[in-house]
Write a protein that binds this ligand. Structure first.
Ligand code: ATP
Ligand code: MG
Length: 256
């Protein structure tokens, strides 16, 4: 089954254009099975501000105390997931909202020995649950809260969650839809094709910062298992079906 995993950035969710949903519709009509994983950064930040809880980020990852985790759950599992499911279904996309906690969809453990609090990394993806939904033409819409076997919940960066899901399902496409038209160079122009070495250099020169760091790193990490990986803007499909943004490639290997 040709699976397309779309990571939808939190900053886009409230003002999404019809084109985004029409592109998903087009993918489905072309026989692709689509999964959406969503973030929710701006809403989480607004809620934290309301509760007077400081926003602390490290290389694009959110430090997650007990109280931050609670707010992340309200924002992602609550409002964002359901808003997005409702929007999808207005376009007849048969969306079903899930969190990573549902039937251990995203089984998680502590990221980096807990240095960032309750940030999680994915240990296992319940692929049979997703396959069941995809086979029956549902569109899973997933919020990236993971859980472990003893019931502890984790805040998983949505870019990393999307990558883990795409790898576990051997997806055909992993597409990060964000609020820029791909990875921008030092002149602010979108880079068409990018390799691991270029990504490294752009992080070192601080051209790639903040939330773009986990995105490019997870994009590179997915390349072995996923045929096509890209970071794109909201109108993510070109007329010929190619991705409109930055496409990741393994780079040219020269033999002697
Ligand atoms: N070189 C770069 N090219 C493009 N964006 C960059 C770059 N370096 C840093 N960024 C920042 O990364 C942001 C995208 O990551 P961000 O985490 O904010 O959004 P998202 O992942 O789409 O949403 P969410 O985290 O809510 O899921 C851009 O809006 C931009 O501010
Ligand atoms: Mg992000």
């Amino acid at each position: 089954m040709g699976i397309v995993v779309i990571k939808l950035g939190g900053s886009l969710i409230q003002g999404l254009s019809n084109t985004f949903f029409e592109h998903i519709n087009l993918l489905q009509r072309n026989g692709k099975k689509v999964i959406i994983v969503h973030g929710g950064g701006p809403l989480i930040n607004n809620l934290l501000l309301k509760f007077s809880i400081p926003v602390e980020m490290e290389d694009g990852l959110r430090k997650t105390s007990n109280e931050v985790l609670e707010v992340v759950e309200y924002a992602l599992n609550g409002k964002t997931n359901k808003d997005l499911v409702i929007m999808c279904n207005q376009f007849n996309l048969s969306a079903i909202g899930l969190s990573g906690c549902d039937n251990l969809l995203l089984e998680a453990s502590l990221y980096d020995k807990g240095k960032l609090g309750w940030v999680g990394e994915v240990e296992n993806v319940n692929t049979s649950l997703l396959e069941l939904l995809l086979t029956n033409d549902y569109l899973p819409v997933i919020s990236p809260i993971g859980v472990d076997k003893i019931g502890q919940k984790y805040n998983i960066n949505a870019d990393l969650a999307a990558k883990s899901i795409a790898k576990a399902l051997n997806a055909e496409v992993l597409c990060y839809v964000t609020n820029t038209n791909g990875v921008l160079n030092s002149e602010g122009k979108s880079i068409e094709k990018i390799t691991k070495d270029q990504v490294q250099a752009l992080i070192e020169s601080k051209t790639i910062t903040d939330g773009m760091i986990p995105k490019v790193q997870s994009a590179l990490d997915a390349l072995d298992e996923v045929q096509s990986v890209a970071i794109v803007g909201e109108n993510f499909l070109n007329e010929d079906g190619s991705m409109n943004g930055t496409v990741f490639t393994k780079g040219v290997v020269f033999s002697e």
